[in-house]
Design a binder for this molecule. Structure first.
Ligand code: ADP
Length: 543
């Protein structure tokens, strides 16, 4: 090997932060306080100074390199300050999912051994429920919690006020140069089975992922852009967008708890973001409950976390003139791994045929599919197997967790089943735990759902496998009808019949008020299967 002449300088988040606050000092962070309140605007320079003060405050509380600091917060400016200060000082940002069940919440805080937690006062009741079980938390910094007496009422014991704590500190914190492989941030998966598992991102992985997000093949983030951050900051680091935006000088719009259709539409009309990102259920809500909003400033809405129905993309194109781009990834992949943009050649007559794919793998991520014996399958768009990935921003293990069944010769087994075509487009047909195997053959619940959601009367559709005497398992369709619309099981079955294979057609149908959702807003199939097993669904049998 010939030794290179390049400097041996570690990739550090503090470099990104320094770049943003100097080169893009005038770019803005805009926080929403509801339709009737003024927008709160700060520059990158100001937020950089406040991040310094936060680092000083945390250091004064004894937070040092490697210590974990939890955040229990909405998407807002202070949460960004934590994003910048904590990894820059060499500590570890642990974004806590505010929708975890109490036992999961105390589990992840104790497992990560969080020393300090920063919390928005409006979320205090959720943390108060588990405060007594937290074994490592020494200090809690409360945002907007009022004076000491008011904060005591929150049920969190003695706490500190965020603003007072940072005001007591100078700007110009002397950030260390941290080992690039040191943990910078951590997220726990939502733990649909068993306890949540921790993924610890490094300084290096976060830096490289942020670069990938900025690129033309990624989210394409530039200084002229403004990102509305709908995806929660606790969901895989808001898909890496805060760091990418900061590095690019792209404004960030923070919606806080105002995540319903009407306030989101108001915020978009007022701030005119160019980019956003959300799971499909949020986009469906906006489509149905704010359909006359002006969203035309958005040139790209990244959508992922679960399959994006074609009908949703078409409706955004037609109704709002807004392009929804599907992406695929997971907490374990930082998360961006694939984006379904159109190919340069041979697009054909139907661009949606590409756009409905889960994503096209991006540079920096190695991807393969394997059969049940672990043999690699061809990229022919046909062969179905488990997707495996590896690369500099893909986790190689779980935090303090020896289980290795999720890894295969250094590759992460994603638990997603699908195919890949010759151009690197992935088509996920199911998560392995949701796979429906009927008479030994796979039925794609994702295809059935997406097709059903193309019916005008269907607001949401989730398809799960249920036990069947003859075929072992058969699909059951759970449908939420759009307001004021009606459709029978027979009509929907008929609608499906020329769009999917005959043997895929569900015999069991349940019309429900709402599909239960996971803590990050995805359909919770586990809950639907349980409801079926418990006899809680009103199931209609046809066929
Ligand atoms: P959780 O495990 O709580 O759902 P993650 O966001 O980490 O949280 O979930 C990642 C999973 O989401 C992927 O493994 C995949 O099953 C699913 N997913 C993500 N993007 C897509 C997509 N575009 N199409 C289908 N499934 C997706």
């Amino acid at each position: 090997m010939i030794k290179s002449t390049m400097q041996d300088f570690p990739l550090n988040i503090s470099q990104l932060v320094r770049h943003g606050r100097t080169v893009h000092a005038d770019s803005e962070i805009i926080t929403y306080h509801g339709p009737d309140a003024e927008l709160q605007r700060s520059t990158f320079a100001e937020v950089g100074d406040r991040a310094d003060q936060l680092a000083g405050a945390l250091a004064a509380l004894g937070v040092g390199e490697g210590d974990r600091v939890g955040t229990f917060m909405w998407n807002n400016q202070r949460h960004l300050e934590a994003y910048f200060a904590i990894p820059s000082m060499g500590a570890v940002l642990h974004t806590l999912n505010i929708r975890l069940f109490p036992e999961q919440l105390s589990y992840v805080i104790n497992h990560a051994e969080d020393k300090v937690i920063i919390i928005d006062a409006s979320l205090a009741p959720l943390l108060a429920r588990v405060r007594d079980e937290l074994t490592t938390v020494e200090h809690i910094l409360v945002c907007d919690g009022g004076d000491a007496d008011a904060r005591r009422e929150l049920g969190l014991g003695e706490t500190l006020d965020y603003e007072e704590s940072i005001e007591a500190q100078e700007t110009g914190y002397a950030y260390p140069v941290v080992d690039e492989l040191a943990a910078a941030a951590m997220c726990y998966t939502s733990g649909t089975t068993g306890n949540p598992k921790g993924v610890a991102y490094s300084q290096r992985s976060t830096y490289l992922h942020s670069m990938a997000v900025q690129t033309m093949q990624g989210v394409q983030v530039g200084e002229d852009d403004r990102i509305l951050l709908i995806v929660p900051q606790f969901h895989a680091n808001a898909w890496g967008m805060p760091y990418a935006a900061w590095a690019a000088g792209c404004d960030l719009v923070m919606p806080q708890q105002f995540l319903q259709a009407a306030p989101l539409a108001d915020l978009i009309e007022k701030t005119k973001p160019t980019i956003s990102g959300a799971v499909p259920t949020v986009l469906t809500d906006v489509l149905h409950n704010a359909s006359d909003a002006d969203l035309s400033s958005l040139r790209l809405v990244l959508c992922g976390g679960s399959a994006v129905p074609r009908s949703l993309m078409e409706a955004y194109d037609e109704n709002f003139g807004v392009t929804v781009v599907q992406a695929w990834g997971m907490t374990e992949t930082s998360p961006l791994a694939a984006i379904a943009r159109l190919p340069k050649h041979d697009v054909g007559d139907d661009p949606y045929a590409w756009r409905v794919r889960s994503g096209r793998v991006i540079a920096g991520v190695d991807l393969r599919i394997c059969d049940e014996e672990g043999n690699e399958l061809p990229w022919d768009g046909e062969a179905q197997g488990e997707i495996e990935v590896r690369g500099p921003w893909i986790t190689g293990s779980y935090y303090l967790d020896p289980t290795d069944e999720k890894f295969h010769d250094g590759w992460l087994r994603t638990g997603d089943v699908g195919s890949v075509d010759a151009k690197g487009y992935i088509q996920i047909s199911d998560r392995s735990k949701d796979v429906i195997k009927s008479g030994g053959e796979w039925i794609s619940s994702v295809d059935l759902e997406n097709t059903l959601m193309g019916h005008a009367a269907v607001l949401e559709a989730a398809v799960v496998g249920v036990p069947d005497d003859r075929w072992d398992e058969r699909p059951m369709a759970c449908v939420v009808l759009a307001e004021g619309k009606s459709a029978t099981a027979a009509e929907l079955n008929d609608y499906l019949s020329d769009k999917v294979a005959k043997w895929w057609l569900p015999e069991r149908w349940a019309f429900i008020e709402e599909v239960p959702k996971t803590s990050v807003g995805k359909f919770s199939k586990k809950d639907l299967r349980q409801a079926y097993a418990d006899g809680d669904l009103n199931v209609e049998a046809i066929g």
